[in-house]
Every structure is written in C-alpha cells, then in structure tokens.
Design a binder for this molecule. Structure first.
Ligand code: FAD
Length: 617
C-alpha cells in the first residue's frame, strides 16, 4: 500500500469514535481521531449515565478488551447501582450515574495519553476514493488527509434535524451543527439510508427543586465497577430523587399533543420504543395515571438535573407547564428545553462482521450511524470497527466476535444480519447464551482474545493472568475433592442422603452453598481471596445450566428447518410478547430459521414456538 498520513482515521469524538480510535492505536496503527471540536470529545448527548441491563454487560466486555469506556465511567461515577441485584448474576447489570464534566475530562485524557493517537479538529465533508477504495478524507477547509482505512462514527449528526414543538432547525445535537455535506456524500455511495429519531428531556436547575419532599435513591453501599481493574470510587457519591407525573401532567400533555413535533406530523424518523417520550407514554399507556421520574444530578459541581423519563418534543412553553405540574418541581427553572432529533442512519445489513461497508472497501461504520442508540452500543461497535480498520491497514487477520462469546458478537450479528426498523439497544434477552455471557466473567471470555490480537496491554494482561491462576488453583481444589452426602452433612452442609458422590465444585453449584461452608472439608479454600471465592461461586452456580443451554442451542440449530404451518396460532403462546406475536402474524414464517431472522426475535421465543410445534405432532 502507498504511504498514507495515517493507517486509520476515525471521524467523530463521541463514544464510538473514542473507543474506535483507542482500539486502533492499541493494536499499533498510526491513528488520528478527527472531530468537529475538541470540547466535543466524550460528550454525553443525553443522559449522564452508563450501563444498565445488557448495556452494562457491553461495557464490561469493552473493558475486558482494554477499551476505555469502563474505566472512564468508573472515574466519573457519582452513583453506582447493580441492577437486578436480587436476581442471578447473569441478568445483573452494573450502572453508574456519571459526572458529565469528569467523564469528558477523563475521556480526553485517555485519548491524549494514548500512544499512536493524534487528535485533529475539523469537519469532514467528503471521502477520497482511489481505485474504488476509500483512501482519505476531505475537510471543510479543502485540506485532505490520507489513510489506509476510515472509521465513521458521526452519531446523530448526518443531516440531523432538531425539533422543539413546531420549530425545527438543522443540528447534530443541541449546540452543534449538522453534518449535511457528509450526509449527502454518503447517499452518493448508494448505501441504503434511513431516518431515525431520538429525544431528550428538559434540563432543570436543581436549586429550584423541593428535594425535601422527595423520595431519595442512594447508590449501593458496595459499588460494583465497570472495569475489572477499578478497586474504589474516585469521587464523592450522591443520591438521586424520585418523583412522578400525575393526572394533571397527562392532561396538559394530551391537550397539547398536536403541538408536539412527533404528534404534529413534523417527524418522519422512527423513535426508540424502549425509551419513549412522555407524549408517547401518555398516549400508548393511557391506562396509567402516573409515570416515575428520576431526578439525576449531572455532576458534583453542577446544579443541572436530568429528569429521566420525560423526554419530549413539545414546545418550550408546554414543557414548562407540564414539568411544573409534577411534585417538587412546582417552582422549577428549566435550563434547556427538551428536544427531538432526526438523523440519517445506514442500514447495517450493508456491513460485514468487522463493521466494514461491503461495497466500499476501506470504510468502516460504528455507533448511532448504524441504527443503534446508546453510548454503550456505540462504544462496543467502535472497538470492533477500530480494531478491524487497524488490522486491515496493517495487513493482519480480522478480529471478530460471535453470539456465543459476547454481547458484542450478539449485537454485531443482529445488526448485520437482521438490520433495524427502530433504534437498536441491547437487552439480555437478545442473547441465547446469556447464562454464560455474564458481566462478571467478561474477562474470562474475552481478555485472552484481547491479548492474542494485541488489544490488551501488558498491565491488564499480567493482572488477568494472575487472576486466572488463582481461579485455576481454586477450581482444582474444588474439583479434586470428592465427598459423600454423609461427609457434607457431618460438616454442616445440609444435603439429602442420596448416596451420590460429588466434587466440591458440584456442591458449590447449589444456590445456598458458599465457599466458606466448604472450608471445614477443604481447609486450603480459606486461603483464596474474596474476589476469587465469589467468582468461583458464580462459575459453579451456572456450570450445569451452561452445559444444558449448549445442548438446547445445538438442538435448536438442528430444528431450524422445522416447518411452521401457515395456520399456526401464535396468539396461544403465553410467553410470547405482543410485539412478536404481531410481527409473526404479519411475516408468517414458513420455518423456524425464517422466524429466527425476524427483528427482535429471541432464542426464548423460538424455543416456545418449537415446543408448541412438538406438542402438535
Ligand atoms: P455521538 O456521540 O453523537 O458522536 C458523534 C461525533 O461525531 C461527535 O463528536 C461529532 O463532533 C462528530 N462528527 C459528526 N459529524 C462530523 C464530521 N462531519 N466531521 C467530523 N466530526 C464529526 N441514547 C440512549 O441510549 N437513550 C436516550 O434516551 C438517548 N437520547 C438521545 C437524545 C438526543 C437528543 C441525542 C442527540 C442522543 C440521544 N441518545 C440516547 C443517543 C446517544 O447520545 C448516542 O447513542 C451516542 O452518543 C452515540 O454515540 P456515537 O459515538 O455514535 O455518536
């Protein structure tokens, strides 16, 4: 290949861009991150929070591969909560409320401190194409940058249009201009483009909220972090407030629906069903007379409050009226009205599993541009596109992920094979292997791969190897010690006298048994540190399920060509969501494989259909 200014140029300094550029640079590519303004690096366009169910899993996986999002979120975390704490580890999701300013500052530090990585400021307006391959970029001032591969992570900026009530104006997000020229250029590639929309709530002045009358939600006493390397919080921790909309709020919204950009017919794009605006909630869930609103501080030295749950595209005067009808917000001052934004996205079915555009060699896409929503989904795609653009430029083998090794693999497969009809976000239900794809074992699943392909640096690699050694030793102690129920009962571990011999690892798989309970039988277990003990417990807890799951999935693969009769009644399947019932009735798939390709289809839903088919044999 001819000499270029850079091996990889990443366009965009958002969540996809930062993890893409960092990943490309980590594997040794000379990389540039080019973005509209320096102050835009690491900006959280919407809610100041990272993680949650499914999303927290993605951040853990990014961290396992030495990506940046997890450790930055830990540094910026002002409230940590492990969601679904009372359920099993497979569906627990770490989440943190972040200080916006710290998040941005820490992200900028990660990017500037990263060897092989330069930051350039400018607007990309065009591509340089040579022999059918993208070989560089053109900036608004006419200058050119050459590169072996380009990663585009322009988020909501491609032909972005902001809506507040019946007013609309071009913008990439509030305060930023849209990337219109680049949007037009993308169209010229003949790629399938679509329009999506998303929205954000008004921002409130926390000094004008009556906090005393509100329910308060503190973080967890023992915070669970995103990064496997973080051991403690970096900032003081805060609580959030909880309030609710009421009948009066809903009346105001209903009376003004025609003035909402969404309901007034000003928006064509499809919005995120799982993150509906308050107008959507009032219309779609008309039977509910109240919705919860979390009042989330945006930072330690910032009075701005993010009212999670009331995103809107109503005019500013209506926003003020309905917000002030909510308990504790009667006197509130709105600092910035909520708004909706419509933008272009590229049908991700035009990408391969490296996130490379099939028909445009040298071009990779990651983040919201691929029809996803959320910082975590964006960062995870950034990592995949960044590492593969680098491998492409360096002439090395690609790095790909599968549905059975990671949520990253699930997402890439969903996007590139099924496409999207609405903004895609991650859920644990999207993964058929979710008992093995846990947040707690993301490093066991991925760090080895990261070391092999050069993504993981020496510091994490040595910490990981030491951890694996401890786990191996602990697992060996447990599997080597085989006991009878009699021995267990004699040592205080209550179990039925079924005469079966079991290894202590098998005994540990019983939900009520902890490692401490087994110390009387195998004294050396007491020498294991707390982290190793709790990881062994999680691994043992799921060992039999994981084995069974593997068998079910293999069976499902065999059954993929099972025919579904055209008169099959999806209505009788109790466990099937109404959304899926509707889609199945419309598509009427002729076999299970075709049903599996319907957007939003889950392995659990396929298993339900299969079991019904088996019953009617
Ligand atoms: P972004 O974070 O948008 O970053 C894009 C980057 O590209 C920016 O740095 C920009 O400067 C740069 N850029 C763009 N064009 C050019 C160009 N031509 N040249 C150079 N640089 C360029 N997510 C949720 O999960 N839930 C929500 O409720 C939610 N609501 C949202 C509401 C709004 C109003 C917005 C704007 C976003 C919302 N999001 C929400 C989405 C979330 O912000 C994105 O998913 C996430 O930021 C996407 O990351 P990204 O890296 O793909 O893009």
């Amino acid at each position: 290949m001819k000499h270029s200014d850079f091996d990889v140029v990443v366009v965009g300094g958002g969540h996809a861009g930062c993890d893409a550029a960092h990943a490309a640079a980590r594997v040794g590519a000379k990389t540039a991150l080019i973005t509209l303004k320096m102050s835009g690096i690491g900006v959280m366009s919407c809610n100041p929070a990272i993680g949650g169910l499914g999303k927290g899993h993605l951040v853990r996986e990014i961290d396992a591969l030495d990506g940046v999002m997890g450790r930055v979120a830990d540094k910026a975390g002002i409230q940590f909560r492990l969601l679904n704490r009372r359920k099993g580890p497979a569906v627990q999701g770490p989440r943190a409320q972040a200080d916006r300013a710290i998040y941005k500052a820490e992200m900028l530090k990660e990017i500037t401190d990263c060897p092989n990585l330069s930051i350039l400021v400018g607007e990309v307006t065009d591509f340089v194409i040579e022999s059918g391959r993208v070989s560089g970029l053109v900036l608004a001032d006419g200058s050119k940058i050459s590169a072996c591969a380009v990663v585009l992570t322009t988020g909501t900026f491609l032909r972005g249009l902001i809506h507040i009530g019946d007013k609309s104006f071009p913008g990439g997000r509030m305060g930023d201009s849209a990337a219109n020229l680049l949007g037009e250029r993308m169209e010229s590639f003949g790629l399938p483009l679509g329009r999506l929309k998303t929205g954000t709530p008004p921002r409130l002045d926390g000094r004008t909220i009556d906090w005393d009358i509100l329910e308060s939600q503190p973080g967890d006493d023992a915070p669970v972090f995103f990064s496997f390397l973080t051991k403690s919080t970096s900032t003081p921790q805060v609580s959030c407030g909880i309030t609710h909309t009421n009948e009066k709020t809903h009346e105001i919204i209903r009376a003004n629906l025609a003035r909402s950009a969404m309901y007034g017919g000003h928006i064509d794009g499809v919005g995120p069903r799982y993150c509906p605006s308050i107008e959507d909630k009032v219309v779609r869930f008309s039977e509910k007379d109240s919705h919860q609103v979390f009042l989330e501080p945006e930072g330690l030295n910032d009075h701005t409050i993010y009212p999670n749950g009331i995103s809107t595209s109503l005019p500013a005067d209506v926003q003020e009226e309905y917000v002030r009808s909510i308990k504790a917000l009667e006197e509130v001052k709105i600092l910035q009205p909520g708004y909706a934004i419509e933008y272009d996205f590229v049908d991700p079915r035009s990408l391969d599993n490296r996130l490379a555009v099939n028909d445009v060699p040298g071009l990779y896409l990651a983040g919201q541009i691929n029809g996803t929503t959320g910082y975590e989904e964006a960062a995870a795609q950034g990592l995949v596109a960044g590492v593969n653009a680098a491998k492409d430029a360096l002439g090395q083998d690609p790095v790909t992920f599968t549905r059975s090794d990671s949520y990253i693999g699930v997402m890439i497969d969903d996007l590139t094979t099924r496409g999207v009809s609405e903004p895609y976000r991650m859920f644990t239900s999207r993964a058929e292997f979710r008992l093995s794809l846990r947040a707690d074992n993301a490093d066991q699943r991925l760090t080895g791969l990261g070391i092999e392909c050069g993504l993981v640096g020496p510091n994490r690699a040595s910490i990981f190897r030491a951890k694996m050694d401890r786990l191996e030793k602990g697992r060996a102690m447990l599997t080597d010690c085989v006991v009878t129920p009699k021995t267990l009962n004699k040592n205080g571990v209550k179990i039925s006298e079924d005469g079966k011999q079991r290894s202590l690892y098998q005994v540990l798989s019983f939900p009520d048994v902890a490692i401490q309970d087994l110390v009387k039988i195998e004294e050396d277990l007491a020498l294991l540190d707390g982290e190793t003990q709790s990881q062994l417990k999680n691994d043992a807890l799921y060992a039999t399920y994981v084995e069974r799951q593997q068998k079910d999935t293999e069976a499902l693969k065999r059954d993929e060509l099972r025919e579904i009769p055209s008169n099959f009644d999806y209505g009788v399947l109790d466990g099937l969501s109404n959304e899926l019932k509707l889609k199945l009735k419309v598509v009427r798939p002729s076999n299970l494989a075709q049903a599996g390709r319907i957007e939003g289809m889950t392995p659990a839903a396929l298993a339900l259909i299969l079991s019904r088919l088996n019953r009617s044999l």
